[in-house]
Design a protein around this ligand. Structure first.
Ligand SMILES: [Ca+2]
Ligand SMILES: [Ca+2]
Ligand SMILES: [Ca+2]
Length: 254
């Protein structure tokens, strides 16, 4: 399972189109199997990590746990790929796409998520659509709104090995924000994205899982962060500053 990488993260949202100027339901996460053998992904956990993406409002200080508890990763939301491990197999060189909404986002965005492998369907919100052709992730822990819309300023995403939910620790921020944390040893891959080049103090992920961070030029820029290719192979040094580059969204492949 250590052969599964986050290959691409599209979080920024799309430029104004068709009367919409804050469209980010086209967000997606793409995973890649870098190994020579198939990888079984049923039970894999994926989530976004607690903390501000930068000084979004004047005076807002870094609030992540990266410095105070570098042995764990603290999730705002966690999802599980359904099934037994072999129910979801990713073959060598193939990618798996997780979409916010498994629909065609035109005309608001050029992205068509009808080909996604999974979508985040928030049944409890009563305000998210369940697209029948795209399988749903299972919710493990949820604190977002009507849909799992990650911050367009830059979310941090991590993959966890399958395991018991009892191994996840509860913690809270203030009196109401409930988080789930997991030891860094359970992290398969992770990617820190932040607001801009000056936001390094806001890193959410411990250096042991991502020593760097990525950023795009602006919110709703239509830009995606994609893994650099070295001899056509995605590179992985656990340092996203070096491993990722900004480009156009490219779901369904390298
Ligand atoms: Ca959704
Ligand atoms: Ca669905
Ligand atoms: Ca891609």
């Amino acid at each position: 399972m250590g052969n599964v990488l986050i290959e691409e993260l599209f979080y920024a949202g799309s430029p104004p189109a068709a009367g919409s100027d804050h469209y980010n339901a086209d967000q997606f996460i793409e995973l890649y199997n870098i190994a020579a053998e198939p990888v079984a992904l049923g039970g894999l956990l994926i989530g976004d990590v607690y903390g501000l993406a930068g000084e979004i409002n004047p005076g807002s200080d870094p609030d992540s746990f990266a410095a105070s508890d570098p042995e764990r990763v603290y999730f705002e939301n966690l999802w599980r790929i359904p099934g037994d491990p072999e129910d979801v197999v990713l073959y060598p060189g193939e990618t798996l796409v997780i979409a916010q909404d498994g629909t065609n986002h035109q005309p608001f965005s050029g992205i068509d998520s009808t080909g996604a492998d999974f979508e985040a369907y928030v049944e409890s919100s009563g305000n998210d659509e369940d697209y029948p052709l795209v399988a749903n992730l299972e919710s493990v822990h949820y604190t977002a709104g009507y849909d799992w819309l990650m911050t367009v300023f830059g979310p941090s995403v991590a993959l966890l090995e399958p395991g018991s939910e009892a191994e996840l620790e509860d913690s809270s921020v203030g009196s109401w924000w409930e988080l789930k944390s997991a030891p860094v040893a359970r992290v398969i891959d992770a990617l820190d994205s932040l607001m801009d080049a000056d936001s390094g103090a806001y890193k959410r992920l411990p250096e042991s899982v991502d020593a760097g961070f990525v950023y795009v030029s602006d919110t709703y820029s239509g830009e995606s962060v994609r893994r650099r290719l070295v001899d056509d192979v995605p590179t992985d040094t656990n340092n996203s500053s070096e491993d990722f580059e900004v480009g156009s969204p490219k779901p369904y492949g390298l």
